[in-house]
Design a protein around this ligand. Structure first.
Ligand code: 5GP
Ligand code: MN
Length: 333
């Protein structure tokens, strides 16, 4: 099915239904939250009910987006009660694979159809209907297309969520996925009443002090490997506790490692509360970090990807550096 047909099929389901369940990936970022809120708000305007659930409360700064307080943090244990409410479809947004849904993947698997709307190149097409476009800057771009195709209302609140999501995934219109389409949609959102400065103050340039203290600690850990082509930062869980920071406070730290002149691959390694380590990967020019992440069971995009890994840190780092060396040598870059 081509993109138009898939969009039409999704619109048909949305038009027929009255109640939908919306899910996104764990540790949701700006695109995950913004896309979910945009779609839920739009459908709400047309008298449909959307239930958005997540395992954890929506974290700062995205809790400031319009409608964010409606996302239900139900933990993994209350999914069954939600499932009993009856839904015409499950919409999974910005999620490359079912693993990233945690236990919800299982809890809601009996509700059909599953509609998978995403832009990760490692998407596994786990849905009954899959609107997967790795060439899209963000999932929000795909939600925008669905809204347009359905002729659904696009209020200022919806526009703000779409704008914030595109801004987040393009690194404020700087990353390689900053296409003319991304700019066009963003421009339309501004025409619909979004004030970029205000969005920026709400969700980009607003740090709590622990975030800066954490950044300072993270910068201290920068190591260069492979003749300066790989930069790594590492934060143990204890440092988060020490400065009073949360998981989300380290979002985008990996960019500082990527910014170093001569670096091709940047990795930020965070010890997770649940044990194990989360690797956030970035690249500048030639290494496809989604491929790299896939080798460790993760995924993402060519320039931004990640994976979770259990085991002993020093061994992990050694294995990872070896893989990066192999990729860099193979590429001749
Ligand atoms: P971040 O480093 O900001 O957490 O994630 C960068 C990109 O990689 C995002 O698009 C995110 O969805 C993807 N990503 C991060 N961690 C994982 C993971 O464990 N599995 C998969 N499939 N994708 C990930
Ligand atoms: Mn995204």
């Amino acid at each position: 099915m081509n993109q138009e047909k898939v969009e039409s099929k999704i619109v048909e389901i949305l038009e027929k239904g009255k109640r939908f369940l919306l899910l996104t990936h764990k540790d949701p970022d700006g695109d995950a939250i913004g896309s979910t809120l945009a779609l839920a708000w739009t459908l709400g305007e047309t008298g449909r009910e959307c239930i958005m659930v997540s395992e954890e409360p929506t974290a700062v700064p995205y809790d400031a987006l319009p409608g964010a307080h409606k996302i239900m943090a139900i933990g993994a244990d209350y999914g069954d009660q939600v499932a009993e409410r009856g839904f015409e479809a499950v919409l999974v947004l910005d999620c490359a694979d079912e693993k990233r849904l945690g236990r919800f993947a299982e809890t809601f698997s009996h509700i059909r159809p599953w509609i998978n709307i995403d832009h990760h190149e490692t998407n596994t097409f786990f849905g009954d209907i899959n609107l997967v476009r790795p060439d899209a800057s963000s999932t929000a771009e795909l939600i925008f297309n669905v809204i347009k195709r359905g002729g659904f209302p696009l209020t200022r609140e919806v526009a703000e969520n779409i704008f914030a999501a595109i801004q987040a995934d393009t690194g404020s219109f700087r990353y390689e996925n900053t296409t003319s389409t991304a700019f066009r949609i963003a421009a339309e959102m501004v025409e619909r009443g979004v004030d970029p400065w205000q969005v920026n103050l709400k969700v980009m340039d607003v740090y709590d002090i622990p975030r800066l203290r954490l950044l300072s600690k993270a910068l201290d850990t920068i190591e260069l490997h492979l003749n300066g082509r790989l930069a790594m930062m590492t934060l143990p869980a204890s440092v988060f506790q020490e400065v009073g920071a949360e998981r989300e406070d380290s979002e985008r730290f990996v960019d500082y490692a990527r910014f170093i002149r001569g670096v091709e691959v940047a990795a930020f390694v965070r010890e997770m509360d649940s044990g194990g380590y989360k690797f956030s990967l970035r690249s500048n020019n030639c290494v496809n970090v989604a491929d790299l992440a896939r080798r460790f069971g993760g995924g993402g995009h060519a320039r931004a990807a990640g994976f979770e890994w259990q085991g002993q840190l020093e061994k992990l780092k050694k294995d990872f550096i070896k893989e990066v060396a192999r990729v860099l040598n193979g590429k001749g870059c």
